[in-house]
Design a protein around this ligand. Structure first.
Ligand code: AMP
Length: 175
């Protein structure tokens, strides 16, 4: 398991009870980084994709090299107030309170096929908000891809219920 074995678990971060799946140990390893990007690139090599959208911040680290290898453009989906030009945003629920992600209004042309990338899916709330933004702009979600799925939390099922395809390179049980 070249990928899963390189992911570090930090118990009780950022708060008591959370098992934080830390990909910095995967990224710092040249084989780990290469296998991760190559595995995703192989999966999407023959699929029609116009753009790759990454969710701030770890989705940037993965999405940009994937876009480069596949020869596609990269779009950042960022936290509130970070993008300089005209944006549209979507608010979504967190465990406590709400958050907002934004995208530039000229990032996606109507009908473009977009692959969404992030490091991990837990509740699926962040990815669902990102999908809504992409669809609001007329983009079509090809798939939502992650390094890690936490299946017990149910994010994959949540996205699938909305008709999205989901792919993850590995799974961790529990939360
Ligand atoms: P969610 O919206 O619940 O699917 O959360 C996904 C986002 O939160 C991703 O951008 C992850 O980076 C981060 N995240 C949530 N839970 C964890 C965890 N256990 N370990 C590492 N990152 C997490």
């Amino acid at each position: 398991m070249p990928i899963k074995s390189r992911i570090r678990t930090v118990p009780h971060y950022p708060k008591q009870g959370i098992m934080f799946r830390d990909i910095t140990t995967l990224l710092k390893d040249p084989i780990g980084l290469r296998v991760t990007i190559d595995d995703l690139a192989r999966r999407y090599a023959d699929i029609k994709i116009d753009k790759i959208a990454g969710i701030e911040a770890r989705g940037f680290i993965l999405g940009a090299p994937l876009a480069y290898v596949l020869g596609k453009g990269f779009i950042p989906i960022r936290k509130k107030g970070k993008l300089p030009a005209e944006t549209i945003g979507h608010d979504y629920e967190l465990e406590y309170g709400t958050d907002r992600i934004e995208i530039h209004t000229d990032a996606i042309e109507k009908g473009e096929k977009v692959l969404l990338v992030d490091d991990l899916i837990a509740t699926g709330g962040t990815a669902e908000a990102a999908c809504k933004l992409i669809e609001k702009m007329g983009g079509e979600i090809v798939e939502c891809c992650f390094i890690i799925d936490l299946p017990d939390i149910g994010g994959r099922k949540r996205l699938e219920k909305h008709g999205h395809k989901v792919f993850a390179l590995c799974e961790f049980e529990g939360d």
